[in-house]
Design a protein around this ligand. Structure first.
Ligand SMILES: [Zn+2]
Length: 198
């Protein structure tokens, strides 16, 4: 049976047996939190459980690496929607140890693409039209630094309200242990205590 067929079959029973009932909640995050994390399979259940989150507690955005790579891309838009439309009051970027994006370079992906039948001249065309594949199709050298960079980009976004704390955390994908690498309250408080200059 194909993956999608088996999912659809399971889903029929799930709905018919009212197994959804325990998950019913609203679109507004009860813990007023929006999380950006990695798509890593090990975090699928571990991340919410390790943070004590249940359905309805947080907005969770995921991509490869928990990275904000562009201030006007879909990740930043999602964060702004969570803050302005869905009542999120704090942001938390959660990278993880052993991330597939650590040390990933575009050359590795492009080699695999060529083996899968992507013609070299197509790649050349992208490069010639100004797509910087080495910057776009790439990971990061260090997860802690990557999380801090994303926190910095979110915190300094021109459309983010100043009183929104943006935290940075690294999670262990085996134990779920969290290490705080950027305390968003410090930035919010330091902004508050800055002298007003006219
Ligand atoms: Zn990852």
């Amino acid at each position: 049976m194909s993956i999608i067929s088996s999912i659809l079959e399971y889903n029929k029973a799930f709905v018919n047996e009212n197994r959804y009932a325990e998950f019913q909640t609203t679109k507004y995050p009860d813990k007023k939190l929006v999380i950006l994390s990695c798509m890593d399979t090990r975090l699928l259940e571990l991340l919410p459980k390790a943070l004590g989150l249940k359905n309805g507690d947080a907005k969770i955005i995921k991509n490869a690496g928990a990275v904000v790579s562009h201030p006007f891309g879909s990740i930043m838009r999602s964060i702004l929607v969570a803050v302005y439309e869905l009542k999120a009051e704090e942001v938390c970027v959660i990278g993880h140890h052993g991330c597939g994006m650590t040390g990933l370079e575009s050359s590795s992906i492009l080699e695999k693409a060529k083996k899968r039948g992507i013609a070299e001249d197509r790649i050349d065309t992208l490069v010639n039209t100004g797509v910087d594949l080495s910057k776009w199709l790439t990971g990061f050298p260090c997860v802690e630094e990557s999380v801090k960079n994303s926190v910095h980009m979110i915190k300094n976004h021109p459309l983010l309200p100043e009183n929104v704390a943006v935290h940075g955390v690294v999670i262990c994908p085996e134990t779920g242990k969290l290490d705080l690498v950027a305390d968003g309250y410090k930035q919010v408080n330091s902004k508050k205590s800055e002298p007003v200059t006219k």
